[in-house]
Design a binder for this molecule. Structure first.
Ligand SMILES: NC(=O)c1ccc[n+]([C@@H]2O[C@H](COP(=O)([O-])OP(=O)(O)OC[C@H]3O[C@@H](n4cnc5c(N)ncnc54)[C@H](OP(=O)(O)O)[C@@H]3O)[C@@H](O)[C@H]2O)c1
Length: 254
């Protein structure tokens, strides 16, 4: 029987690329996002059994509806990928958009992580990948303050749950993908242009799947970004924050 994977935020970018690569590996899929048309179009292109599940994950009831739809099914892989960012001075950015970001990047991811890990523990196996960001590995990101804070939450939650599962001898895997810039629709949504060149979504997903095979808890795709993140431990916290500030300011001034 083919393996079954669920991908949130599958209507574009990294999520759509997970769908392409997992379908090529023989997975059957469920694709989740708000834009039904995009999901239908992608499902029609893929050479696998592919269901779509249009849902606005900023709504708790929609997260529950997704968990309910999966209740009687075995899920081998769940990719918690839906998310977005926003750039600007914290005193000026839109509160409603930030609260929606907390709802999607933190609240929905939290609800789905708990529900799916409980389910996988009952199943006896499974893998869950949370899509964080290299932003979540840094102490703070001035001019993208809320986004960095949400991604720190993702990294912290994932590392803690991974350690709990490991110490309990569980066969369930949980990991966190922490890319730097990736060329997707992220920028358009965040209303910015990257200050650093991005990697392709295809490369990002190939490295993510390779990291999962090696059961890595934190996966940073790309040798440059991985080296940068490893070296960041040697840099004082205040300097890292000012480096992040410099990059974010360059984005909004472009
Ligand atoms: N691109 C980067 O540089 C980068 C770097 C590090 C981490 N990331 C992370 O990677 C993930 C994917 O982003 P991306 O770069 O692929 O950007 P993207 O192309 O804009 O994709 C974002 C996806 O999230 C979905 N989404 C947003 N709000 C949603 C909601 N309320 N309910 C359901 N789905 C929702 C969008 O679908 P709909 O609009 O159809 O709902 C879309 O499929 C995000 O978590 C992002 O933070 C991106």
């Amino acid at each position: 029987m083919p393996h079954f994977a669920v991908i949130t935020g599958a209507s574009s970018g990294i999520g759509a690329e997970f769908a392409r690569q997992l379908s090529a590996q023989g997975y059957d899929l469920m694709l989740v996002a708000r834009r039904r048309g995009r999901l239908q179009q992608l499902a029609a292109e893929l050479p696998c059994a592919c269901e779509i599940f249009p849902a606005d994950l900023s709504q708790t009831t929609e997260c529950s509806r997704l968990l309910q739809a999966l209740e009687q099914r075995r899920v081998d892989l769940f990719v918690n990928n839906a998310g977005f960012g926003e750039c600007g001075c914290f005193l000026e950015t839109d509160l409603e958009k930030e609260l929606e970001m907390l709802d999607v990047n933190v609240r929905a991811l939290h609800i789905l992580t708990k529900g799916i890990l409980q389910k996988m523990q009952r199943q006896g196996s499974g893998a869950l990948l949370n899509v964080g960001s290299s932003a979540g590995l840094l102490p703070a990101g001035p001019y993208m303050a809320t986004y960095y804070a949400t991604k720190s939450y993702v990294v912290s939650l994932t590392c803690a749950t991974a350690e709990e599962l490991r110490s309990q001898g569980s066969s369930v895997y949980v990991g966190c993908l922490c890319p730097g810039p990736v060329d997707t629709e992220f920028n358009k949504v965040a209303n910015v242009r990257f200050a650093l060149p991005g990697i392709s979504a295809a490369y990002c997903v190939r490295r993510a799947l390779a990291g999962m095979r090696r059961h890595k808890t934190v996966i940073v795709p790309g040798p440059l970004m991985a080296a940068g993140m490893a070296m960041s431990h040697l840099v004082p916290r205040g300097v890292l924050i000012r480096m992040a500030e410099y990059q974010q300011k360059r984005k909004i001034s472009r």
